[in-house]
Design a protein around this ligand. Structure first.
Ligand code: SF4
Length: 332
């Protein structure tokens, strides 16, 4: 890997993303947590919205989880919002070890390890924030980096240890040539996100085509890495939407350890349970919703009944699935 060629390319071609204009660890942490499972355009919208309301870790710590979840609504993977709030509360705990601030090289002997002690922070996010906000030379490993490593070395199924080890060799090489850790990590990820893409890599535009073993391989670059097999589980559910005389649904707040924990929505039952069959018998079927999560296909029958007291759904944080369910109930 010609690290200087990639660093030069990144300096010229990097996308103009708003979090690249800051070195504030809280703003960078927020961007990394959001980007884990949200597309960039959407990530920008949520990043701005959340940062406007919670410009500091302390401002999120002081807020109710409900408010955080309301702002997170529509971004998906709601556990991230809950864990970020838990992280803020822990960092700002006056009895805790963090003194109200995220770890920095001046307060921590091992910034990457300390980030990983915080709720919801894994090896990727820890290395990303440590390198981008604090210039700690820790290589990040995400799906983009894995693909670039697999293709540069023509490896079908590189292990996480293999990828981490080579990514760190590249980082050390780049760092030794005065490329900052922040720029280097972002350069490799940017290459994977914009040029060395999963299905249609643009090898003719690639700054590190020379020496790329997958590019020269008879099977072509897309043979590397072999796609991971994803098993999708189907769940059949029944949503019980009871509405009051004004058409407002009865909503419950889901427990924090449940799917969509902390968000509000109608009651769900497993479609195969006798309780569901019994409950549906007293209601009218309004329609069906099929909703895809990363490893699950949710097939939801929507049944409508009556209640005395509903609430305005706009006043609550609700998942995209439940928005669809309530819409079907309304139209049914
Ligand atoms: S030459 Fe092609 S396959 Fe190799 S790193 Fe560049 S874009 Fe990816």
């Amino acid at each position: 890997m010609n690290v200087e060629a990639l660093a030069r390319w990144y300096a010229d071609e990097a996308r103009d993303l708003p979090w690249r204009a800051t070195s504030d660890p809280w703003a960078i942490l927020l961007s990394e947590v959001l980007l884990q499972q949200t597309q960039v355009a959407r990530g920008i919208e949520y990043w701005r919205r959340l940062l406007e309301r919670f410009p500091t870790v302390a401002s999120m710590a002081e807020a109710d989880l409900d408010e955080v979840m309301h702002l997170w609504q529509g971004a998906g993977y709601y556990a991230r919002g809950r864990r970020l709030h838990a992280l803020a509360v822990e960092v700002c705990d006056p009895e805790g070890p963090w003194n109200g601030a995220l770890p920095t090289p001046s307060t921590s002997e091992d910034v990457v390890a300390d980030y990983q002690r915080l709720p919801g922070i894994g090896p990727y996010t820890a290395a990303a924030v440590a390198s981008i906000a604090h210039e700690v030379p820790a290589a990040v490993v995400d799906g983009n980096v894995r693909r670039v490593v697999a293709r540069q070395t023509a490896t079908l199924q590189p292990t996480t240890a293999d990828v981490t080890s080579l990514a760190q060799v590249w980082m050390d090489d780049a760092h030794g040539r005065n490329v900052t850790p922040s720029a280097w990590n972002q350069a490799v990820m940017e290459l994977g996100a914009t040029v060395c893409t999963p299905r249609a890599p643009r090898c003719s535009d690639c700054p590190v085509q020379q020496g790329c073993l997958a590019h020269d391989h008879a099977d072509g670059p897309t043979a590397f890495p072999t796609p991971a097999k994803r098993r999708v589980i189907t769940e059949r559910l029944v949503a019980l939407v009871d509405v009051d005389a004004q058409g407002r649904p009865h909503l419950i707040q889901r427990p924090s350890d449940a799917r969509f924990g902390g968000l509000w929505g109608p009651r769900y039952l497993d479609a195969s349970d006798a309780a569901a069959v019994d409950a549906c018998g007293r209601r009218t079927k309004a329609g069906d919703v099929v909703h895809l999560l990363s490893h699950r296909r949710l097939e939801v029958e929507v049944w409508v009944g009556q209640t005395k007291h509903g609430v305005d759904p706009a006043s609550k944080a609700i998942s995209t699935l439940d928005e669809r369910v309530l819409d079907v109930a309304k139209r049914g």
